[in-house]
Write a new protein. Sequence first.
Length: 359
Amino acid sequence: MRPRGSRRVVVRVPVEPVEAAQEADAVDAVARASDVVVRGPLFGVAAQSPEDGPRWRVVLEVTSGCPQQARDGLNSRLWFQAKDEARDRAERRELLAAVARLERERVDELLVSGTRYRVVRAEEYAASGPGGIEAPRPTDPEPPVPDWDRAVREPGIDDALVMDPDAPVTPTQAFEQLALRELCYTGRRFPEEVRDDSRRALDTHPDVLVMPPTFSVVERTTDGWRPVSGPHATPHAARKSLDFALTWMWPRMRGHIPEDADPRTDARTGTAAGGADSADVRAAKLAAYAGAADTLRVGRVNRLEFQDTVYQIVRTRRLLRWGPDGPEGPRPSDVNSQEPARIHLTLDEDGRVLPDDRP
C-alpha cells in the first residue's frame, strides 16, 4: 500500500546497454555500501512555467547551505533578467518588484511574468559501508580525455535538470526512492523543532525524488570524514579541485608561495618564488605538493594519501521531497546564516543602472 497522497512509481526495465550497465553498477554498489549517512539540507531554486505541467526546472543548483543563499541567488537572477532580458517596461517593473521583495523579506515563492519560482530543499546523503563512504561508480560520468586546464569550465550541477515526479525510473531507482520515503530526523542530537518539521514533511510531502549524484573531496579525521570541497557534477571535477588545492591554494595558505605571487605560479612552477623557507626547503615542499597532485593524473584516482592525511573522492546524493503542489521548500526550523539584503544597484524601468545611493 502506498502512503496517503503519494504518487504511483512507474518502473521501466533498462534496455539500452549503457543504462543496463548503470543498473548493474547500482546493484553492486548496494552490496558494498548499504547504509545511509545524512549530512543535512541543501537549497536551490526551481521554476515552473504554465507549459511545464507538474514538472519543475532547476534554475539555481541545489547546493546552497542555507535558504537565504538561494533567495539571494534568485534576487540576482531576476535583477539581471530585468537588466538584460525584459521585453518592455511592464515586464521590467514586475521583475524589479520581485527583487525589491527579496531584498526585504524571506520569500520562498514568487510568481513573476507567469513563472513560479520556489526555493527548494533537498537532503544530502551518501551511502556507506565497511570501506567508508561510497566512491564514484565505474559508470558515473567521466570525460573521455581528462582536461586539467583550470580555465576550462566544468559541467554545472543540475544544468537543465527537469524534475518530473511522474517520469519512469529503473528498478534500483524505484527501490532507492521507496527505501528513503520514510527518512526523517529522529536522533536526540537534533533539536525538537527539527524533528517535528521532519516528521511533518512525511505527510505534507510524502513522495521523494532522487536528484543526480554529486562528487566531493573529503578527508579522514579522528571523528570520521570532513568535507574539503563543495559538490561537483563529475568525479573528474572533484579531482581537479583537489589538484588545485594541492598545487595552488594550500601552498599559499601555508606560506610556501607568497600570497602576492603571480596567479599563474603554483607548486609545479613556483620553486623560485620567495617565502619564509630557504630556497632548497621551499623547493622540496613544493615538489611534494606537485608530486601528490601528479598522482591524481595517473588515472581515475579516488583516494590519495598525503602528509599523513587520506583524501577521498566520494559520491553524494540529494533527496528532494515532493507533495501535491510540487517540491518541498524550506522548513521553519532551517537556519539562515544571513538576512535579506540589497545585492545590486538600482535599475529604473528603462533598464538603466542608477548611481549608488547607499551610505
